[in-house]
Design a protein around this ligand. Sequence first.
Ligand SMILES: [Zn+2]
Length: 415
Amino acid sequence: MKGKWNIDADHLMSRIETLAGFSDAPKPAVTRVLYTEQDLAARTWIKALFDSSGMTVTEDALGNTFARLEGDDPEAPAVATGSHIDAIPHSGRYDGTVGVLGAIEAVRAIQAAGLRLRRAIEIVLFTAEEPTRYGIGCLGSRAMSGILTPDMIRALRDEDDGTVEDARLRCGFTGPLESVRLERGQYHGFIELHIEQGPRLETTGTMIGNVTAIAAPATLHVTVSGEGGHAGAVLMRERHDALVAGAELAQAVEAAARQSGASDTVATVGIFDIHPRAVNSIPDRVSLTVDVRDIDGQRRDDTADRIRAAATDIGARRGVSIEVSTLNTDPPATCGPVVRDAIAQAAAELGHSCTDLVSRAYHDTLFMAEICPVGMIFVPCRRGVSHRPDEYSSPGQIKAGVEVLASTLVKLASQ
Ligand SMILES: [Zn+2]
């Protein structure tokens, strides 16, 4: 059934280019940070596209934006799709945007085909999937899921000590934060179209990735406090070197992930700061971050527990104090069979090759999984590159993703 949908890939690519122009970095780089002038201008432009598609647009107190195409049964929960349009500094133009502009094109194609559907379709533009401004990813969807509470939002600060509260109110998002949370079962299903941000589809020559699960991080912050001193004067047997203890812990992090026995378990020390950082001074304090990810929450938490146990052991053995605090533990998500089956069927009917895969990066879908069954449609991106100005997916690849999205929406909205 190739060519079932009349997708205008050139028009979609030119929209992606227009959206990339709302940027604080010169082309081809894109920088679009939450609640900045460029973010607001991009939102205004997209809301006009929603309007001209005949969709009803609403916004919540954080600026999450919903465009709704009514179905025949106003009682039936809608089918939702969407993604984000914020972009980390000096990144590319496809991450997130393909899932928003692609959804608009999918809805246009469904309308052009004259289809009447039982359920409404909603396109969601999520506020700030990237953690750039407030240090927390998926701000909008996390709040929708209830995992991020209004009080937690009120406590968030940006680099200039500005609050979310001030920034959102200045942007005109004035409703109560308590109203952002969505009901469980609010949607029949949620599907996000996204570039893969990894090389697997390209290297296997596959057009569509059908995501089975989304890995989620636990982030630990570790402070090792030892004893400083003169690098010449303190003998080795008298030392409580914070750096060497921290280095041993970093090795324990690697070992803890390997011990899980599953290739989906990964753990990384991404930051390692040394104090006082002088050639002739024994480090008295180091701080490090540990990022542990898995698609299995229990196994991820077990890995984090092994890291905490190693910290206790290393601290006792080396006579240093090691404090481990948990910054966040997000629940991994398993995609819903009802959505995955619809994606697989859609790809098969359209003649697009399709493979199951795991998303190792997280997405708004991770938090939508708290509300309804979810799925993700991945399309290839060149050499797996993302978060860089040379991020690229071809018109043909994006078109295939939009076709599968359109078919999936129709299947789910007809249920
Ligand atoms: Zn993204």
